[in-house]
Design a protein around this ligand. Structure first.
Ligand code: GLN
Length: 553
């Protein structure tokens, strides 16, 4: 876990803070609403960052089960965080750090550590002011160096866990200038049976907010359609905001269209006016337009990609899915992801996998569904189907090759079969001594050196810096025999194998990465191995010249 800096905050710096809370129920997409607002402010020339507050007692998301919570997103500094931070990184095209995720576990741990160290000089340590002060400090520090910081409070107003945060925000607003703070509240506007948009849930939720001393400046109604003017007027009247402070956020097919929707409603303009920065915004014609161009372009063709995983919950593979979409934006095709459950192979899921144009085996932990994934990799390798293996998908490609090409029948990963006679994937040396489950992995951004003339070099150039999250890696005892048998390790980090591939003569596109390239993929900057996968399907040979070194092979 990255260490936490405690720096001095300069209150004179003119930062703007947008707090985003949610009402009625969770899962309304307030993170996407917030990230979309941020994207528009960024297009208008502002430096924007974000903080996600998760009011749970876990210190970080690293120990959380992706089946319940969705994927664990990994930051460049190795922070393991909620997947919403991935959305902020993708929408704002920024790299965040671990201190942009504030959790109750982290905050309390820090306060208790300070208490044990005697830093509170014998005083009674309390939620107010000690915990709330720590929360405010974290927000201010995370905002440093930016014009605008968006702070999303996870959960719903009224949750017990969220109370210290809302109190901290109330104090925060009290301490800052009025025009430096904006409260946005996202609520649900359901339809009644007779087709009427109902505002009562919004009214109740705003009442709850006000009872803790917070008055929203902006209200965003999540509804299947746009809010009618009558609905907006009613919300405005009951919640004490002007009608033009009420915005709709209707359902859209693709989350990347939300910034366009929000812009159409004028939310960004209203926010800039309230924060008194509208005059500093770039004129409309000079604003960044690439996002709009990409997400509204007319696609030509479709590619079906089988994502062979173990979970039925699609959020468990959110960043992989997004990275495939980004590659689709770059290649101007629609990417249809076929969710293939490797535990249901062989069966109809195997057919779904075989009918796809390309196969991806993403990261994972534990033995469930392993054989189905290995079968999928074998199928891709033997039938010239473009294949991308990510972390576990890289390790299983090594195992598949060792078994079926090298003839090491019981080859396996020591993680998945302790007694294997051929542990081609084994624990990282530094892991032998560690027993604690939190914070034991190789995490975050590390550089990989790439061999010129390889497929990896044509994708990345002579090196890449991608994010990691693993405990196991290729066992050095098997490097030579695997390479002699034709499995090329084209990317290395010291003695660690980072990228594997098959030669162009053997396969159109067979590549695996020990790292997770999906975490650095952005809508406006697709990740090279994902773009290569689509190129192989579309018949543009990704084994071209080296991306940067221009060495032909
Ligand atoms: N379970 C494997 C390891 O720990 C792979 C991890 C992953 O796919 N993120 O090395």
């Amino acid at each position: 876990m990255p260490t936490e800096p405690e720096t001095d905050y300069d209150p004179e710096l003119g930062r703007k803070f947008i707090f985003v809370t949610g009402g009625v129920m969770s899962g309304l997409g307030k993170g996407i609403t917030a990230a979309s607002t941020g994207r528009l402010l960024k297009n208008a020339g502002f430096d924007v960052t974000a903080v996600k507050i998760d009011p749970y007692l876990n210190v970080d998301a690293g120990t959380m089960n992706p089946f319940q919570h969705g994927e664990v997103y990994v930051l460049k500094d190795g922070g393991e965080v909620d997947l919403d931070l991935g959305n902020y990184e993708r929408f704002l095209d920024i790299d965040m750090t671990f201190d942009h995720n504030v959790t109750t576990g982290k905050t309390y741990q820090h306060v208790i550590e300070k208490e044990r160290a005697g830093d509170y000089l014998g005083r009674t340590v309390q939620i107010i002011p000690h915990v709330t002060d720590d929360i405010k400090r974290r927000i201010r520090e995370a905002a440093e160096g930016n014009d605008v910081c968006i702070i999303e409070v996870g959960g719903t107003v009224g949750d017990i866990e969220g109370m210290p945060y809302l109190e901290a925000l109330r104090q925060f607003a009290h301490e800052e200038d009025e025009d430096d703070i904006l409260f946005t509240h996202v609520t649900l506007v359901p339809y009644s049976k007779n087709g009427e948009q109902k505002t009562k849930p919004t009214q109740h939720s705003v009442k709850e907010l006000r009872s803790i001393g917070l008055q929203p400046d902006v209200l965003v109604g999540r509804c299947s359609d746009k809010l009618d003017i009558d609905t907006k007027e009613k919300i405005a009247l009951f919640c004490d905001v002007p009608t033009d402070a009420v915005f709709s956020n209707p359902d859209v097919d693709d989350i990347y269209h939300v910034p366009l929707m929000v812009e159409e409603e004028g939310l960004d303009q209203y926010v800039m006016e309230q924060l008194n920065v509208a005059d500093e915004a770039l004129p409309a014609e000079d604003r960044e337009n690439r996002w709009r161009e990409l997400v509204t372009q007319q696609t030509e063709g479709e590619v079906d990609v089988a994502l062979v995983g173990k979970y039925d919950l699609e959020d468990a593979y959110m960043s992989v899915h997004e990275a495939l979409k980004h590659a689709g934006l770059e290649k101007n095709v629609d990417v249809n992801v076929r969710w293939v459950n490797s535990e249901k192979m062989p069966d109809h899921h195997e057919r779904r996998m075989r009918e796809a144009d390309a196969i991806v085996v993403p990261g994972g932990f534990g033995t469930r569904g392993t054989q189905g994934k290995i079968d999928a990799i074998r199928y891709a390798r033997e039938n010239a189907i473009p294949y991308l293996g990510l972390c576990l998908g890289f390790q299983l490609a090594v195992i598949e090759y060792a078994r079926n090409v090298l003839g090491l029948e019981w080859a396996h990963s020591a993680e998945l079969d302790e007694d294997t006679p051929h542990p081609v994937i084994d624990i990282l040396p530094e892991q032998y001594e560690i027993e604690d489950m939190g914070g034991t992995m190789r995490l975050g951004a590390h550089e990989t050196d790439i061999e010129p003339g390889t497929l990896a070099a044509s994708l990345y150039g002579d090196s890449c810096t991608e994010r990691h999250r693993h405990r196991y890696e290729v066992n050095p005892e098997y490097f030579d025999s695997l390479e002699d048998a034709g499995l090329k390790f084209s990317g290395r980090s010291g003695n660690r194998m980072e990228i594997l591939e098959l030669a162009a003569a053997e396969h159109p596109y067979f590549i695996g990465t020990q790292f997770h390239p999906e975490f650095r993929s952005r809508p406006t900057r697709a990740s090279p191995p994902f773009v290569g996968l689509l190129e192989a399907v579309l018949g543009d040979d990704p084994h071209g010249v080296d991306a940067e070194t221009e060495v032909s092979h």
